[in-house]
Write a protein that binds this ligand. Structure first.
Ligand SMILES: NC(=O)c1ccc[n+]([C@@H]2O[C@H](COP(=O)([O-])OP(=O)(O)OC[C@H]3O[C@@H](n4cnc5c(N)ncnc54)[C@H](OP(=O)(O)O)[C@@H]3O)[C@@H](O)[C@H]2O)c1
Length: 321
């Protein structure tokens, strides 16, 4: 379902909204897409704000019975219009961590995230869920796209609105990026052989957010670090080899690569000091939200196409960024 979000001339949005509508930002992306699917499955009406109504991913959302409205984080009026009358809001922003080509600065991210929260409070949204990152917190990390999220979190907490902040671990999907050596059976990543790092399947972010919206009173005011599994370099090697049906080598990013790539070096240092490793209580999360995928289950299930593609991709450069 595609609706016009012509805020200058049309007050129709508020007529079509109800207690059942949740506005999902980033629905054409990973987290927002998973959230939209999980909310639909739970019986919510979903409204998605997209930049281009004609884009294939926007059309795909519309075909799933999602109300798709046009808007942009740089157009405050479009955000206000899309939010009018909704029950809940799921807030996610792109970040500088996605690379310069994406064109989003840390300042942009903070501006988008705080604006969405401000408008949600002003128009009387009943519950806001904001997705941050596990490394966020009161102490700066020195990585702009993490510290931006700490700033947005603090702003949300200062507002008079019922909200929940989730802090996801690294996505399992991220482990399948080209350039990490799966095509050469020699995988490289952040972790030393016995060093622990938590991860989560994007699908489970959707499941958790839907769980929060199903019982907002229970989750209001909480900041919840989320993960579905805990890996080490050794367990990564075992899981990837098992899923591939042949031995896959593993090593941590070589020093030469870290020396050359400042972004990777700083991320790796945050794993080493524990701040990106994750401290989610996975047992408690499973009690609250149901089963969350282990990395092995993800590789055998929703992650299989990405795993196959990563094995067949031929690339030598590390594309993390
Ligand atoms: N990768 C990880 O392991 C990890 C872990 C924790 C947190 N994060 C954080 O997750 C966030 C990204 O989430 P994601 O991976 O779900 O994003 P994603 O898949 O890259 O999708 C980004 C979404 O934002 C929308 N968007 C971009 N610019 C917009 C604008 N100006 N106005 C309106 N919508 C806009 C895009 O819509 P279009 O279809 O219009 O492009 C798309 O739906 C980042 O802040 C990142 O730091 C990542």
């Amino acid at each position: 379902m595609i609706s016009s979000n012509d805020h200058a001339s049309s007050p129709e949005i508020s007529k079509t909204t109800s207690e059942n509508v949740i506005l999902v930002f980033g629905a054409t992306g990973q987290q927002g897409g998973a959230v939209a699917s999980a909310l639909l499955a739970d019986g919510w009406s979903v409204r998605a704000l997209v930049r281009d109504l004609k884009a294939p991913k926007a059309r795909e959302k519309a075909s799933l019975n999602i109300e798709v409205v046009q808007g942009d984080f740089n157009d405050e009026a479009s955000i206000r219009s899309a939010m009018t009358g909704v029950y809940g809001v799921f807030s996610v922003q792109p970040s500088s961590g996605q690379g310069a080509a994406y064109g989003v600065s840390d300042e942009d991210e903070v501006r988008y995230g705080t604006m969405i929260a401000d408008i949600a409070a002003q128009v009387g949204v009943s519950h806001l869920v904001y997705t941050s990152v596990n490394a966020a917190g009161p102490e700066k990390t020195g990585m702009g796209h993490f510290d931006s999220k700490s700033q947005i979190e603090a702003h949300i907490r200062s507002l008079d609105i019922s909200s929940t902040i989730i802090r996801p671990a690294g996505f399992m999907e991220l482990l399948m990026l080209p350039g990490l050596g799966l095509d050469q059976d020699a995988y490289v990543s952040f972790l030393r052989p016995t060093q622990i790092g938590q991860v989560i399947a994007v699908r489970d972010i959707g499941k958790i957010v839907a769980g929060i919206f199903s019982n907002p009173g229970r989750f209001a005011g909480r900041t919840i670090e989320i993960a579905g599994d805990e890996l080490t370099g050794e367990s990564l090697q075992r899981s990837l080899s098992h899923a591939a049906g042949r031995p896959i080598g593993y090593s941590r990013f070589p020093d030469a690569v870290l020396k050359e790539n400042e972004f990777l070096r700083r991320l790796t240092a945050l794993f080493d000091d524990g701040r990106l490793a994750g401290h989610a209580d996975i047992g408690e999360l499973r009690r609250e939200f149901g089963h969350l995928l282990s990395f092995d289950e993800w590789l055998d299930g929703p992650g299989r196409p990405l795993f196959e593609a990563a094995q067949n991709a031929s690339s030598s450069a590390i594309a993390l960024r």
